[in-house]
Design a binder for this molecule. Structure first.
Ligand SMILES: [Zn+2]
Length: 232
């Protein structure tokens, strides 16, 4: 896997990016890449604490996400602020992603895989994957889509590679052995999401999962993707 100069991660909820691609992001940043996050929802449903309110949780999770992104060296987090669980495939949402693509001009975009048949996943992840793919191709590429961006000084952008995390069948493994510790540190920033686990148990789960993927590729730790390439 080549190292991009610029990459953009589209994450449904705070913590998904660290869990799914934090090691890949760390590898690239260490090799000089600029990485940007677009955080789509506010994560305001992610609790079983009876005292918690969505408003308070959204603030906590935004802070946690900024801290995690800073830990990895992410340059900027654009928070779209949609309510957790309520993402829809709309022109407005697609437009936000197209604007971010035209602004950051990434060579590589990472997002959740929207296509699965054999196991469940979160509706927000499905929608983020789908809307991101559409935003990359063809909406960000064609100037007559979202022509209002021209007035902001933004021009069309072609992304070369789309990497989907969480595919049913992994096609590309990224060796994250050197980045596993920092990925784990970034996960620790999401303190509201421990769900009754201790910090060590939580990180332990992440390490075991990445080691499991690593085993299939001959690495100590790995992250796995389905990769789609576009003509640029
Ligand atoms: Zn999520």
């Amino acid at each position: 896997m080549e190292v991009p100069r610029t990459a953009m991660v589209v994450t449904p909820h705070p913590d998904d990016a660290e869990i799914s691609c934090g090691g890949t992001v760390t590898n690239w940043i260490r090799q000089g890449a600029s990485v940007y996050y677009v955080l789509c929802s506010d994560g305001s449903k992610g609790t079983d604490d009876p005292e918690m309110t969505p408003e308070r949780l959204a603030k906590i999770r935004y802070r946690e996400q900024l801290e995690a992104a800073k830990t990895l060296g992410v340059k900027e987090v654009v928070a779209l602020g949609y309510p957790d669980g309520e993402l829809e495939d709309t022109r407005e949402f697609r437009g936000h992603l197209v604007r971010a693509l035209r602004r950051f001009r990434p060579e590589v975009v990472i997002c959740p895989d929207p296509y699965r048949r054999s196991f469940y996943f979160h509706r927000d992840h499905r929608i983020v994957g789908q809307v991101t793919q559409d935003a990359v191709f063809p909406y960000a590429r064609d100037r007559l889509h979202f022509p209002e961006h021209e007035a902001e000084g933004l021009v069309p952008h072609k992304t070369g590679t789309l990497m989907f995390w969480g595919p049913e069948e992994i096609e590309t493994y990224v060796d994250i052995t050197e980045s596993m510790d920092l990925k784990a540190e970034a996960l620790k920033c999401h303190r509201s999401q421990l769900g009754g686990l201790s910090e060590d148990e939580n990180v332990g789960w992440l390490r075991r999962w990445c080691a499991e993927m690593g085993k299939k590729a001959g690495f100590e730790y790995a992250e796995g993707y389905r990769v789609v390439r576009f003509r640029t």
